[in-house]
Design a protein around this ligand. Sequence first.
Ligand SMILES: [Zn+2]
Ligand SMILES: [Zn+2]
Length: 117
Amino acid sequence: MSDQFDGGGLAPDDIDDTPAVACSQCDEEWALDYELDTLRVGNRAVERFALDHKRHAGHFPDDVQPWCVACAACPDGDEFLTERPARRWAETHARHTGHEVSLGHADGHETTIEPER
Ligand SMILES: [Zn+2]
Ligand SMILES: [Zn+2]
């Protein structure tokens, strides 16, 4: 069974070869044929779309639960699709600034990255 991006309420009949992603902030929906045909990212099309959407539109589309990093001491922070780059951002920020950084996921998981001193 796949647990990734199942879109919530799709009936089995609605699933065809081209996955689609919706964004309620943009009030748009995209078929991922560009990602599949031009970028050729295959089964990472949804992930690629999410990262591109974040980079260009400034937020993730629906059904993406990003990892969020937020500094406790300054307004810096970011969002990532997976834990590893989020944790790396937090550790790097803490290392260079001496700030505490919180690392949290939409599922409620949250930790604090402390600067090494
Ligand atoms: Zn959007
Ligand atoms: Zn900071």
